[in-house]
Design a protein around this ligand. Structure first.
Ligand SMILES: C[S@@+](CC[C@H](N)C(=O)[O-])C[C@H]1O[C@@H](n2cnc3c(N)ncnc32)[C@H](O)[C@@H]1O
Length: 330
């Protein structure tokens, strides 16, 4: 999917300017934050480094990692508007096979700065490593905090089609009237995106395009679509969206695409260069991306990978027979 041609390109600044449009800062986020005035940002949204020893990070002990993050979070709270939001997308830190859910570790830090949790959103996906000593991990979370109780939440911008739009109240004063909302229903706190494309990439299904349209060389990108829902619900046009760990600019693209101002930093020049290229492609109409609301892929049963292989048919048949008799011991 490509965006329409003839978008008017906006200038990309290397340093923060309150009257600018887009800022791509190549350097440490703490240096960028010194340039941003108090209460300038409506939404901070990011996926921070998880301290897993990826190409772009040096693994340190978990206490040290959280200490470093606390210093950055203090500054992020300073630049956040009173009616603003902060969305922190994380998974697990794993040490010697032991799992440490990062959102649990981060929660106390945000509370210390007076933020209030509105949702712990589950981002579910159907792919990933197959674990052998624990259940395979298939979700990460987004902690959505607000700075105060008076916060912006544009639910109507992100409603999704309801399953039963024709449902009516069956008793009481409203009996017979439609019970839903014509704009659709609340998308809930369990989100499922990009299943189709990532699974195709992992399984390399023949005759299907193997790469997700957004994939770059960055090892830990998140989808534009995931950020877009937050941008639409938690900001208005013209607001500033900040991603302190911007990678290849997925959050910035979600903001720019929806007429918000976007500022992001990354310490790796390679990622900032890729982010700049992606922003250029957005303006010239060649950026590949999954539009918000694209239905999630359900296997048809016709793909060879979704059929029971011949070698396993006997075991499956025996199991089905025992299940029918109620004798299968799980
Ligand atoms: C999980 S990735 C974010 C990827 C991003 N969400 C995307 O879709 O491209 C974290 C990023 O933080 C950057 N980073 C880590 N520590 C940083 C720091 N102190 N200042 C700026 N960037 C940093 C890394 O280079 C990495 O690209």
């Amino acid at each position: 999917m490509s965006l329409p041609l003839f978008q008017t390109p906006k200038p990309i600044d290397a340093h923060f300017k309150s009257d600018g449009d887009i800022v791509l800062f190549n350097g440490n986020v703490q240096d960028l934050l010194t340039e941003i005035p108090d209460k300038a940002i409506q939404l901070v949204i990011t996926s921070p480094p998880y301290n897993l020893g990826k190409d772009y990070e040096h693994r340190v002990d978990i206490e040290k990692y959280l200490e470093q993050q606390t210093e950055i979070i203090a500054e992020l709270c300073r630049v956040l508007k009173d009616e603003g939001s902060l969305c922190w997308q994380v998974g697990n830190f794993v040490d010697d096979g032991e799992v440490f859910p990062l959102d649990i570790l981060y929660y106390g830090i945000f509370k210390k700065f007076g933020l209030r949790l509105r949702n712990r959103i589950i981002w579910r996906f159907g792919h990933g490593l197959h674990a052998s000593k624990r259940f395979s991990g298939r979700y990460e979370t987004i902690l959505w905090f607000t700075k105060s109780d008076k916060y912006l939440f544009n639910l109507d911008n992100v409603r999704v089609p309801s399953k039963y739009p024709g449902k009516r109240h069956f008793k009481g004063e409203k009996k017979g009237q439609l019970s839903g909302n014509p704009l659709g229903k609340n998308p809930s706190d369990v989100w499922e995106f990009v299943l189709q494309d990532w699974e195709q990439e992992i399984w390399d299904i023949p005759n299907v395009k193997a790469n997700h349209p957004e994939k770059t060389d960055h090892p830990c990108q998140y989808p534009i679509e995931l950020v877009e829902r937050c941008v639409l619900a938690l900001t208005n046009e013209g607001d500033w969206v900040l991603d302190p760990f911007a990678g290849v600019g997925s959050s910035l693209l979600a903001a720019i695409k929806n007429n918000r101002h976007a500022v992001g930093s990354d310490k790796e020049k390679e990622y900032i260069d890729l982010a700049r290229e992606r922003i250029f492609s957005y303006f010239n109409g060649t950026l590949g991306y999954r539009p918000l609301g694209t239905p999630v892929y359900q296997p048809t049963g016709k793909d060879s990978v979704s059929k029971v292989p011949d070698e396993w048919k006997e075991v499956y048949a025996q199991r089905t027979m025992l299940e029918e008799k109620g004798e299968y011991d799980k």
